[in-house]
Design a protein around this ligand. Structure first.
Ligand code: SAH
Ligand code: DHB
Ligand code: MG
Length: 213
């Protein structure tokens, strides 16, 4: 293997040097914990990286699949210009309620629109809309179906990113479960689609990033 394998000390060095989580982001995680909701938001460095990608391409319209309590949405929306918009899709009412509260707290309600319901259905309704950046982070079995839909909704020069694409290392397992199979199929699609230039970036649990050519 070329490169330096990350250990706790090196990881903390990167976090301490580059990643500043403010009070609002910290409180979102605390509230999520208090409400006994799953603590599966992206890592802080992953949030920063998503925000950077959005700024790098000057994205004005962002689509997120899987809101949870809004942690990643806040990171991303903070990378948007004044009139930028983020649409986030969530099926769970409790998650959606907490997320909306957090968007208010972060003073981002004007930029973020949450659509409650199954993401596949919401995507079909949104199919004529165009986006510069899409972040896929809902149930892993549906990653391929999300990608099929999202591909037709992207502007040229846009970016598609998806979380958990190393699946805790399970992508090289000999007997992958259904969710790992979904991620494997998704990574294949991202790698092979002639419309994309893609790479699995080994940040956190893996972030597959594809540039729409
Ligand atoms: N992006 C969030 C974490 C998302 S966790 C963050 O980093 O802060 C995954 C979310 O996807 C959960 O809130 C779950 O309820 C939601 N989800 C699962 N299946 C879904 C579906 N079919 N449609 C929409 N949301 C879904
Ligand atoms: C799970 C989902 C996620 O989006 C994540 O970041 C971690 C775990 C899960 O469903 O297990
Ligand atoms: Mg995730």
């Amino acid at each position: 293997m070329k490169g330096v394998p990350l250990n706790e000390e090196l990881y903390q060095y990167i976090l301490n040097t580059f990643v500043e989580e403010d009070d609002i982001l910290r409180s979102i995680v605390k509230e999520t914990e208090k409400l006994k909701l799953p603590l599966i938001q992206v890592s802080p460095e992953n949030g920063l990286f998503l925000q950077m990608l959005i700024k790098m391409i000057g994205a004005k319209r962002v689509l997120e699949i899987g809101t949870l309590t809004g942690y990643s949405a806040v990171w991303m929306a903070r990378g948007l210009p004044k009139r930028g918009k983020l649409i986030t899709l969530e099926v769970n009412k409790d998650h959606a309620k907490a997320a909306k509260h957090n968007f208010k707290k972060a003073k981002l309600s004007n930029k973020i629109k949450l659509i409650l319901g199954d993401a596949l259905k919401s995507l079909d309704k949104l199919s004529k809309k165009k986006f510069d950046f899409a972040f896929i982070d809902a149930e892993k079995v549906n990653y391929p179906s999300y990608l099929e839909r999202v591909l037709g909704m992207m502007n040229k020069g846009g970016i598609i990113a998806a979380d958990n694409t190393l699946r805790d290392g399970e992508v090289v397992s000999k007997n992958p479960d259904e969710s790992v199979k979904g991620v494997l199929r998704f990574n294949e699609m991202m790698a092979k689609d002639p419309r994309l230039l893609s790479l699995l970036v080994p940040i956190s649990d893996g972030l597959t990033v594809g540039l729409v050519k």
